[in-house]
Design a protein around this ligand. Structure first.
Ligand code: SAM
Length: 230
C-alpha cells in the first residue's frame, strides 16, 4: 500500500482514491484560489488517505477536517493548500511546523521544501505520524514530541514557519526563529473567532497581514491557550 519514495501523479496506484484525489484538487483547490502549481502538484502527490484513520478513510478526499485521535483533527485540504501557498515555498527552505497531528501537512511541506522540522505535543500522534512519513519516504521530515509554541531553536533559522493550531497571538519566540527574509503563517484567536495571519521578517522588523477567518483547535503550551482562556 505504501511507497518508499515521494509519489508522482503517474506512480499513484490506489485507483479508487486517485480519482477522488484528482476531484478534490480540481473542485476544492483549483476552482477556488489555489494557483501555485507546486502546491497543486503536492496535493495531487501526497496520499491523504494514508494519514486518515481507517474508520474515516473513505472520507479522506472530502473537503473537511477529520478526527485523528487525542481530540485532534487533520485539517481541511483547502486550508492545508491555502496555508502552504501562503508560505510561497520554492524548494530550498528550512521549514518548521508546529502541530504535526496526522503528519499530512508535514508531508506536503516535505514535498515542497528541503528540510521540515515538525513538533507535536501528543506523543502517540507524533509516533504514528513519524511511522507513516518514514514508510512513505519523507526522509526530510523530522518529528519531535514537545511544546511547539517554543519552536525548535537547534534547527533555526527557518525561511518558513507554519502553526496549525490557534494561538492567542503570534509567539515572539517563533518570530525570532525566522530567517531574515522568513515568513510565519499562524491562526490567531480563540474558540469563537480566528484569523490567519502572515508575518514577514525584514531584518529586525516584523510586518503582519491578516488574511482569512478560520477554525482551528487550540495551540497549548507556554505561548498557547490555557483551558480557561479558550
Ligand atoms: N498539521 C496537522 C495535520 O496535518 O494533520 C493538523 C494539526 S491539528 C489541527 C493541530 C495539532 O496541534 C494537534 O495535533 C495538537 O495536538 C497540536 N498542538 C497543539 N498545541 C501544540 C503545542 N504547543 N506543541 C505541539 N503541538 C501542539
Amino acid at each position: 500500500m505504501f511507497r518508499k519514495k515521494k509519489r508522482k501523479l503517474k506512480d499513484f496506484s490506489d485507483g479508487d482514491y486517485f480519482i477522488e484525489q484528482q476531484r478534490m484538487v480540481e473542485d476544492h483547490l483549483r476552482r477556488r484560489d489555489i494557483v501555485d502549481r507546486r502546491v497543486l502538484d503536492a496535493m495531487l502527490a501526497v496520499p491523504r488517505h494514508c494519514f486518515v484513520p481507517e474508520d474515516h478513510r473513505h472520507l479522506a478526499y472530502v473537503d473537511g477536517p477529520l478526527p485523528i485521535g487525542c481530540g485532534q483533527t487533520i485539517s481541511q485540504p483547502y486550508i492545508v493548500a491555502l496555508m502552504t501557498q501562503m508560505l510561497a515555498l520554492k524548494g530550498n527552505e528550512n521549514v518548521l511546523e508546529v502541530g504535526t497531528g496526522s503528519g499530512y501537512q508535514a508531508a506536503i511541506l516535505g514535498y515542497l521544501a528541503r528540510q521540515v522540522y515538525t513538533i507535536e505535543r501528543h506523543a502517540s500522534l507524533a509516533k504514528h505520524a513519524e511511522t507513516i512519513l518514514q514508510t512513505l519516504g519523507y526522509n526530510n521530515v523530522h518529528v519531535l514530541v514537545g511544546d511547539g509554541s517554543l519552536g525548535w531553536v537547534e534547527n533555526a533559522p527557518y525561511q518558513a514557519i507554519l502553526v496549525t493550531a490557534a494561538a492567542p497571538k503570534a509567539p515572539q519566540v517563533l518570530l525570532d526563529q525566522l530567517a531574515p527574509d522568513g515568513r510565519l503563517v499562524i491562526p490567531v484567536g480563540g474558540a469563537s473567532y480566528q484569523f490567519l495571519e502572515r508575518w514577514y521578517r525584514q531584518g529586525d522588523q516584523f510586518d503582519k497581514e491578516e488574511l482569512t477567518p478560520v477554525a482551528f483547535v487550540p495551540l497549548r503550551g507556554k505561548w498557547g491557550w490555557r483551558d480557561e482562556g479558550w
